[in-house]
Design a protein around this ligand. Sequence first.
Ligand SMILES: Nc1ncnc2c1ncn2[C@@H]1O[C@H](COP(=O)(O)OP(=O)(O)OP(=O)(O)O)[C@@H](O)[C@H]1O
Length: 218
Amino acid sequence: MPVISAINLSIGYKNSPIVSDINLQLNTGRIICLLGANGAGKTTLMKTLLGRIRPVSGNITYTGTNINEMSAAIDHPSFFPYLSGRENVEVVSAFWGLDVDPETALDGVGINRAAHGRKAKDYSTGMKERLELCLALVPHPRFLFLDEPQNGLDPDGITSLSETLRSYRDKGNCVVISTHLLHEIQGVPDECIVIRHGRAAQFTDLTGVNLADLYQGR
Ligand SMILES: Nc1ncnc2c1ncn2[C@@H]1O[C@H](COP(=O)(O)OP(=O)(O)OP(=O)(O)O)[C@@H](O)[C@H]1O
């Protein structure tokens, strides 16, 4: 089974660790939620696992998978603002060498038809989030990393995002999602990684666990 493992990993910038001694496993068929205060290191961890930042020390191993099977919506905005939603999907599909129908892809994340031809910069905050998710899904990644994808979504958008993530997981993929919206994400993840005080702890069984308690270290 494809898996990404971090072994005694320390992450940070310019050789200065922000989170140390990280040992964790990202397995397919799981939704894994990253929790931590502002500046805890969630985005840095995602970027390091994606190979975009060099670890300060330690190792990451990719078993049965590689960087080409990963996709992310991390740097916001991750779309081309002066292109329409439709054109964004076309460009990203061309980059991956895939033949994706833009209308189907945009419909799939709930962007209404009237908006498909409008410049992405003129989308509402929630529509921009939906577009970022749409583009991250274009290559059908085995590992999907989403940095605070719930931000700006209306209640229907949050519900449909949760459904999208579950169905994506059920197809045998791994979703890693960071969020501060604990109430909204409750019940969605199978696992959780909590970053506090420069350390990361992975909880692989969330049965009966309240994420707010986990976040607070209770
Ligand atoms: N390019 C960079 N160079 C140096 N330090 C950085 C860089 N990017 C982030 N940092 C610092 O690394 C720390 C962790 O930032 P990171 O963005 O990973 O946190 P986060 O948990 O994702 O926070 P948030 O919830 O606010 O998004 C912060 O102190 C931040 O200032």
